[in-house]
Structures are given as C-alpha cells and as structure tokens.
Ligand binder design. Structure first.
Ligand SMILES: C[S@@+](CC[C@H](N)C(=O)[O-])C[C@H]1O[C@@H](n2cnc3c(N)ncnc32)[C@H](O)[C@@H]1O
Length: 230
C-alpha cells in the first residue's frame, strides 16, 4: 500500500520502458538518469506514507488516490562544469578541495536506507531481497555512521579535520545526535565560527506520541577556515 495498485503498475511500466530504452541505446546515459530522477520526483507525490517510506498508511490518503502523472524534472541550465559523486562523504573529502563546503548530515537515528527504500528500489530496479511487513531492503552495510550515537561525533570530527575548503557551512538542530557544544568545539579548531539559528516547527512522524516540544532550533554553522591549499 505504498501506492495504489493502478499507480504502482503505471510506475512499473514506465520504469521498465526506461530500462528498455537504455538497453537498446534509444537514449544516452544522461537521458537515462534524467528520466529516472523525473520518475522518482513524480511518483513521490502519490505515495501513501507520511513523507518517508518507513511504513505505509493503512488507508489511502487523498494525494495517493489521484492518478499518477509522469512529469519531467526541472533543469537549471548554465554554463558551469558540474561533478556529482555518490559515495561516503568521509572518503570523498580526502580527495576534493572546495571554496564552499555545504554539509547537511542526518541529524537523528533514522537511517535513510530504510526510510527511502522504495525510491532506492525504483532507481536501482534490482529486485532486492526484502523483509518485514513494510518490505524493507536487506542492506545493513548502508547504515550511516552519522545516524549512530556511538560513531556520529567521531565521523563528523574526522570529516571537518580532513576538509580542505575556504568556507564550511553546516545545517543541524538542537535535537541531533551530536550535541551543539561538541560541533562548536570542532569548528572552532578549524577556523572562525559564526552561527545563525531559527526556531522551526517540529516534524512529528507519530501523531500518538507525546513530544517534549513543538519547536526545534535549526542551526546554520558558518566556518571561515584557518588554512586552505589549492
Ligand atoms: C539531511 S539529508 C540531506 C538532504 C539534502 N540536503 C537535500 O536537500 O536533499 C542527509 C543525507 O546524507 C546522506 N548520508 C548519510 N550518511 C552519509 C555519508 N557517510 N556519506 C554521504 N552521504 C551520507 C543520507 O543518505 C541523506 O541523503
């Protein structure tokens, strides 16, 4: 029940066709990825879940009952060169230099691979082994160390120590795994730190649970680094 049967079948037919186009060289590899990203963005609007895919709702919500339309993603064309990576940030950081490094790590224990498994499967189309009522992918190696209490701080510290950047910006909030004071300590060793905060309505995934507060404080850390070599 992540989608209505009709919408799921339509998504499946489109995904199968995209793969067929690639296999038969009807489209280029760039066009292939453009179509897949368009499909992910389009189908997500009809999902029968509370924004993430950890579980589906027991009754179909209004948006999920609408007929799914496949729309192209918006492209922002300019004349700059772009490189996109798909790898662990702590490995990547050792081989790139940047003017601006913007970090938006996971804040809490909710692992992304369980919460977005449906989109992952549509993207990969790899018929994974699944388990549990909600059909999760069996992929423990995808666990992010930023989502684990015992490893998040060291992972973050290691990332910042290895960063070769003029400026580092990072979003985080006051309920994240790494305490704000610990983040401050790491940035203050790296350079000159400024902080901006904003109060934000709390995301409530469970309507029955009692939350300690309706608001969270969102932080933007801005660090001008002491050293930077090209
Ligand atoms: C808060 S989300 C970022 C969302 C993003 N800024 C956006 O607007 O779409 C955190 C992201 O970090 C990714 N992630 C978690 N651990 C990572 C790691 N070790 N290396 C690279 N990415 C990681 C997650 O898969 C997730 O996509």
């Amino acid at each position: 029940m992540y989608f209505t049967e009709q919408n799921a079948k339509k998504c499946d037919a489109i995904r199968t066709k995209i793969e067929f186009f690639k296999k038969n060289k009807v489209i280029t590899i760039d066009e292939y990825f453009f179509l897949i990203s368009s499909l992910l963005e389009s189908i997500d609007k009809y999902s029968n879940s509370v924004s993430v895919y950890g579980a589906y709702l027991k009754k179909f919500k209004k948006a999920a009952l609408l007929e799914f339309y496949f729309r192209p993603s918006k492209l922002y064309i300019n004349h700059q060169e772009h490189e996109i990576y798909n790898q662990d940030a702590n490995d990547l950081i050792k081989r790139i230099s940047t003017d601006v490094l913007y970090l938006d790590p996971p804040y809490n224990r909710r692992q992304y691979y369980t919460n977005y498994h449906i989109l992952e499967t549509i993207a990969k189309y790899d018929n994974p082994v699944i388990y549990g009522k909600t059909g999760l992918r069996l992929e423990n190696d995808k666990r992010s160390k930023y989502c684990l209490v015992n490893t998040a701080y060291n992972e973050f510290k290691n990332l910042i120590e290895n960063a070769n950047s003029k400026y580092i910006f990072m979003s985080y909030n006051n309920e994240g795994i790494i305490p704000i004071q610990a983040i401050r300590g790491v940035f203050e060793k790296k350079g000159k730190l400024k902080e901006f905060t904003i109060s934000y309505s709390r995301y409530k995934s469970d309507s029955k649970r009692k939350y300690s507060s309706n608001k969270t404080v969102e932080y933007l850390f801005c660090c001008t680094c002491n050293t930077y070599c090209i």
